[in-house]
Write a protein that binds this ligand. Structure first.
Ligand code: AMP
Ligand code: GLY
Length: 423
């Protein structure tokens, strides 16, 4: 069969690499893809938001299955377009993607169906927000309700900071219309875990757990980024935690979406915080996580195409989802200065060392092919992932492999997975 993958980051490289292992697949296209994805797929220069062009392409090439990796096209309704054209597509439709696209929607959903999450208030005017904050307990969390490239969350320690945050989100419109509605949320503490779950609308099956490191600098300092590294599994996500989440979070969420008339088909990413009062939902995303996917998929034993098909066909209950009893660590190699200001266009050396390796992987995030070779083309450049029999070994392998790659202004965190020492 022919598969089209929509997106062009490290997540889509990991998905394309995994799809390429399926004996069911003869040909993979990726739009727009990147220099690494080109090793396993034919990249086509169509943007992820160019829905009509993507539909035309899928028809013309007789694509059997389209997999959408990114949030923006899912929130924008790409799945509805493909379905209307009679094309098979993996991902939630526009109504279901609201679970990520509108934090106000997801908070109200959790409240209505008793799913554990932080207490909150949705506000639609700055006056309302200021009035509430006067008597609120600090720290407090402010979230632009709409999509904000992962940057729309402010943790405020004082009333002054909170007021400045309301101004930024609701008055100055730093995140545009995404800040028309804002969620004011209770601050929670605990370990964070990412649970990526396959869903077919009625059944939900979590993949193995992972943890992201969102801050730019060692020791969780610096600005929030798209993710500087991940490890899988999370030693804090025990069998008991998994059973609790299944009962109180995963199943109720899928049932809630069904009851609301927008069944969720695709990957539901549940961002959890393991608090003293039990696991609670921090956020939902409507797609695979990045860079979580880069540690989760190398550990997955199933043919991913079969799982995608089962989700679309509503037969996920018949799939025995299996992950290897090992561990993986991914260290993101970024351009120095990310996420604020950085240079691009530097030649990357050492990529060949990963070719054909089944323990070490180099997933491309921001790279470009040029006559001089493959060059840096983004803030996050590569995700170096290594497997190991346990987390300590996987971490040591991943850091060893980061030395194989050289480019000007290479930057990485040195403490990815350090939390596992405390487990
Ligand atoms: P989100 O985009 O909702 O995942 O938020 C980004 C990050 O902000 C999360 O990964 C947490 O580290 C932090 N965060 C979000 N909501 C809360 C909360 N209610 N309490 C504490 N930290 C939070
Ligand atoms: N790693 C967090 C995300 O994909 O949103």
């Amino acid at each position: 069969m022919k598969v089209l993958i929509v997106g062009g980051g490290g997540r889509e490289h990991a998905i394309a690499w995994k799809v390429a292992q399926s004996p069911l697949v003869d040909k993979i296209y990726c739009a727009p893809g990147n220099a690494g994805i080109e090793e396993v797929a034919e990249c086509v220069p169509i943007g992820a938001m160019e829905f009509d062009k993507l539909v035309d392409f899928a028809r013309e090439k007789e694509i059997d299955l389209t997999v959408v990796g990114m949030d923006d096209p899912l929130i924008g309704g790409i799945v509805d377009k493909f379905k209307a054209a009679g094309l098979r597509v993996f991902g939630p439709d526009k109504a279901a993607a609201r679970i990520e696209g509108s934090k106000a929607f997801s908070k109200d959903l959790m409240k209505k169906y008793g799913i554990p999450t932080a207490n909150y208030l949705n506000v639609t005017s700055a006056e309302e927000a200021y009035a509430f904050l006067e008597t609120a307990k600090m720290p407090i969390v402010l979230k632009a309700s709409g999509p904000a490239l992962g940057k729309g969350v402010l943790i405020c320690n004082t009333l002054e900071e909170a007021k400045a945050g309301v101004k930024e989100i609701m008055e100055d419109k730093k995140f545009g219309d995404s800040g028309n509605t804002m969620v004011i949320e209770e601050f929670m503490t605990g370990r964070e875990v990412s649970a990526l779950c396959f869903c077919d609308g009625k059944t939900i099956k979590p993949m193995t757990s992972a943890q992201d490191h969102k801050r730019a600098k060692d020791g969780d300092q610096g600005l929030n980024t798209g993710g500087m590294g991940t490890f899988s599994p999370s030693p804090f996500y025990t069998k008991e935690v998994d059973a609790y989440c299944m009962e109180h979070i995963y199943k109720p969420t899928v049932a809630a979406m069904q009851s609301e008339g927008c069944p969720f088909v695709g990957v539901l990413f549940v961002g959890l915080m393991l608090t003293q009062d039990g696991p609670k939902v921090l956020e939902y995303n409507c797609r695979f996580g990045d860079p979580e996917t880069q540690v989760v998929l190398p550990r997955m034993k199933n043919d991913i195409v079969e799982v995608f098909e089962a989700c679309i066909d509503g037969t996920l209950d018949q799939v025995d989802l299996q992950f290897a009893d090992n561990a993986a660590v991914c260290v993101v190699l970024a351009s120095d200065g990310y996420p604020v200001k950085y240079e691009k266009g530097f030649v990357i050396d050492g990529l060949d060392r990963f070719k054909g390796n089944d323990q070490y992987f180099c997933f491309h995030a921001g790279t470009k092919k040029t006559p001089e070779g493959i060059v840096t083309n983004g803030g996050r450049v590569l995700g170096v992932t290594a497997l190991g029999s346990n987390l300590v070994e996987a971490r040591s392998n991943a850091y060893k492999a980061t030395d194989w790659i050289q480019f000007k202004n290479k930057y990485m965190r040195h403490d990815i997975g350090k939390a596992i020492d405390e487990a």
